[in-house]
Design a protein around this ligand. Structure first.
Ligand SMILES: [Cu+2]
Length: 148
């Protein structure tokens, strides 16, 4: 009768793992995957409230993670250039993220935590911002389409 015991241990291990907040890494790249340039990698991340998103500049080019929009009650952030920042996600919703230096080139990312209650606001803000971009104007649209 060893098997049920192992199953129980696995279950307990799974429960304790689920209760632990995760850290998600987002790279800031000058040369991205598949020939892309000036990108966050990944550009879309879905996390749980309580998780931490770490933005890591992998190549020095003045990359700066800033929040363009955060849900009500969440803290906006602005990292120094070429400096890692750990952002603890404390409110559910959609977060629009940009590289301050390369936002005109569409260096943007979207973070979703839990229910996307502010999706309409995020879409409106993203459309305003996309209109100012010189390239990758459709990137926010594509990323926001992934919010479910
Ligand atoms: Cu950048």
């Amino acid at each position: 009768m060893r098997k049920p015991r192992i199953a129980l241990l696995c279950l307990l291990a799974g429960l304790s793992f689920a209760a632990t907040a995760a850290e998600v890494h987002v790279k800031m790249l000058t040369n991205g995957p598949n020939g892309t340039m000036l990108v966050f990698d990944p550009m879309f991340v879905k996390v749980n409230v309580g998780d931490t998103v770490t933005f890591e500049p992998m190549q020095k080019a003045g990359h700066t993670s800033i929040s363009l929009l955060v849900p009500d009650g969440a803290k906006p952030w602005k990292a120094a250039a070429d400096t890692e920042i750990k952002v603890k996600i404390e409110k559910a919703g959609v977060y629009l993220v940009e590289c301050d230096l390369h936002k005109a080139m569409g260096m943007v990312a979207v973070v979703q935590a839990g229910k996307p209650g502010n999706l309409a606001d995020a879409k409106k803000k993203a459309a305003e911002e996309s209109a100012k971009m010189l390239s990758n104007k459709d990137r926010y649209d594509k990323l926001l389409a992934m919010v479910k």
